[in-house]
Ligand binder design. Structure first.
Ligand code: CTP
Ligand code: MG
Length: 230
């Protein structure tokens, strides 16, 4: 089943502390953003990518796309001051109906099978998100004192991709912006319209490159992937 990707890449990477956009950091001689784009480049079901970037990084990103032969970019739009606005700019640049995936440029290790499951569930139900269950015991605490232990089976750590029917995502994004609601993911925007969102179990490898420790983990995942290939 075909889909189009909306990829926010217009952040600053403050928590990574590199002093520049973390997506330009290299893992195994390729920038993080290129690793992420290659997953979609290699998936025949992906029909295009709409990328949101900072205006003053556009040229640098364009030359990376050329250097690594990324061919599926349909549009490059100006990102916004918040991630939600960067995704909104992608949504605005798209007009066709069908399934769209929102995926952070900072998550290079997503699995093709997870994408396929998301697209299938979003086709059937309108909205589906990738998530994993916590491995640790989870508690709620106030001022450092435990209130209770939470039923772990009901908890999900949410990732991207998040997949939607385009009309569902567009309505949710426009309504949030109209009403001044700022969410941390697109699912929140859809949830507030009362639309059910399905969970698709993802993998623990689909981490977001956020702080320095994540890069160490990233190097290990890449090494393992290469060993699996030989
Ligand atoms: N992003 C974006 N526009 C913004 C903020 C973030 O397109 N205004 C993108 C980032 O480039 C990243 C994704 O959204 O691909 C997830 O955001 P996050 O991991 O928080 O990245 P940054 O915002 O760059 O990092 P930080 O919060 O540490 O500054
Ligand atoms: Mg951020």
């Amino acid at each position: 089943m075909d889909y189009v990707v909306m990829m926010p890449a217009a952040g600053s990477g403050k928590r990574m502390g590199a002093g520049y956009n973390k997506l330009f950091l290299q893992l195994d001689h390729k920038p993080i953003i290129i690793h992420t784009l290659l997953v979609f480049e290699e998936d025949p079901a992906c029909k295009g990518v709409i990328l949101a970037v900072k205006r003053d990084e556009r040229n640098e990103i364009q030359s990376m796309l050329d250097q690594f032969g990324i061919s599926k970019i349909k549009a490059i739009v100006d990102g916004g001051t918040e991630r939600q606005f960067s995704v909104a700019a992608c949504i605005e640049a798209h007009a066709e109906n069908g399934i769209v995936l929102v995926h952070d440029a900072a998550r290079p290790f997503l699995e093709r099978s997870v994408i396929a499951n998301l697209v299938q569930k979003a086709t059937e139900f309108g909205a589906a998100i990738a998530a994993v269950q916590p491995k640790d015991t989870m508690k709620i605490a106030t001022d450092g004192v435990v209130e209770k232990t939470v039923d772990r089976d009901k908890l999900w750590i949410v990732q991207t991709p998040q997949a939607f029917r385009y009309d569902v995502l567009k309505e949710a994004s426009e309504s949030a912006i109209r009403e001044g609601f700022l969410g941390t993911d697109e699912s929140m925007l859809v949830e507030r319209l009362g639309h059910p969102v399905r969970i698709v179990e993802s993998t623990y490898e689909n981490v977001k490159m956020t702080t320095q420790e994540d890069l160490v983990f990233g190097e290990i995942i890449l090494k393992r992937q290469q060993e699996d290939l030989v």
